[in-house]
Design a binder for this molecule. Structure first.
Ligand SMILES: Cc1cc2nc3c(=O)[nH]c(=O)nc-3n(C[C@H](O)[C@H](O)[C@H](O)COP(=O)(O)O)c2cc1C
Length: 327
């Protein structure tokens, strides 16, 4: 069975292949998402979470986070917030931008976010969570999805998900950890399977897919419609393509050349961004740091990053590295 041959719809938005890039704050911005989309194999990309408060108060930074390119479609923008009025307005702002799907964050475990009733803090009050989602559902015409953890302290989110389904939510993404677990322990794929079998709407399974084999195992053991991958894409941006290859029985080769190519593509995108040099250098350092892990002698690249003053310097480091590998 090739699970990657299956496509599905989220409120009329066609998802093919059934793999998604998970939302990651400070990571899945327009540049990173475009890169992943360009490298191929992903059916949906999700933005980093954007503050509903920021959007509704016309904060520049929050509005800049709504930027996306046409090539990324279908794209979901994720919003978070504890104030129902602002969430409602933020969803309308997202819709007006022409985005395909608005996603609601009910997973973020960070104290500051949770204390304002946002993120996984929503899982402490099911009535409020359902009210917020219901209002957004009525306010916008684009599909509304929700990304949740399996509960606040225990695995009890299912009744809330059933309410979401009744309200008209188009899909759920579930990370199989509680808020209390943050990122410790393991994502509970048994609970993900329970959620999948109890709901009629599509379900994304999420958490601890580190390799192509893991992705196939998640499809197999949970029956989810789609697999959502986060951290593995930080180190291997080709993970989505690799899942397709693995699933079709083709060899998965992680060549140095393709990694260098991915880094250089990303650097070109970042270099062309309307941002200050400091931001560009930060992005370049972070991403090249991640993507160079696992490459033989990749440390040589990371050592070189200490002395850079512009993105061009990083491109040169990579050119030299590529030449030394080829020699
Ligand atoms: C750096 C980082 C930032 C994240 N930011 C978000 C976010 O903005 N919204 C969200 O719903 N989840 C966020 N997450 C959680 C991921 O989307 C995902 O649920 C989690 O990492 C588990 O999946 P994985 O094992 O494939 O990484 C973040 C995770 C990481 C590592």
């Amino acid at each position: 069975m090739n699970y990657l041959d299956r496509s599905f719809e989220i409120g009329g938005v066609h998802i093919d292949p059934p793999l998604a890039l998970a939302p990651m704050a400070e990571v899945t911005d327009v540049y990173y998402r475009s890169l992943i989309k360009e490298l191929g194999g992903v059916g949906l990309v999700v933005s980093e979470f954007v503050s509903a408060e920021g959007l509704s108060r016309k904060n520049d930074r929050s509005h800049r986070m709504l930027a996306f390119s046409e090539d990324e479609r279908p794209i979901a923008i994720q919003i978070y917030g504890g104030d129902p009025d602002r969430m409602d307005d933020a969803a309308a702002i997202v819709e007006k931008k022409g985005v395909d799907i608005v996603d609601i964050n009910m997973g973020c475990p960070v104290k500051k976010i949770v204390n304002s009733g946002a993120g996984s803090g929503m899982l402490k009050d099911f009535d409020k969570a359902a009210r917020v989602v219901d209002r957004i559902r009525r306010r916008v015409k684009i599909p509304v999805t929700v990304k949740v953890r399996k509960g606040w302290e225990s695995d009890d989110v299912l009744p809330l998900l059933k309410r979401f389904e009744e309200i008209g939510v188009s899909a759920i993404a579930i990370h199989g950890r509680t808020r209390s677990e943050a990122y410790t322990g393991a994502s509970d794929w048994n609970y993900i399977a329970q959620v999948k079998s109890a709901l009629k709407i599509p379900v994304w399974g999420n958490g601890d897919v580190k390799t192509p084999a893991d992705a196939v195992r998640m499809f197999e053991t949970t029956g989810v419609d789609g697999v959502m991958i986060g951290r593995a894409a930080l180190h291997n941006p080709f993970i989505f393509r690799d899942v397709a290859a693995f699933s079709a029985g083709r060899p998965v080769l992680d060549e140095v050349e393709r990694r260098i190519d991915a880094m250089q593509r990303y650097l070109s995108k970042v270099d062309g961004a309307p941002q200050v040099e400091k931001w560009k250098l930060h992005k370049a350092r972070t991403l090249v740091g991640w993507f160079s892990r696992g490459i033989p002698h990749g440390k040589d690249i990371r050592v070189g990053l200490q002395d850079i003053t512009c993105v061009g310097d990083v491109q040169r480091i990579l050119d030299n590295f590529r030449a030394s590998v080829a020699a």
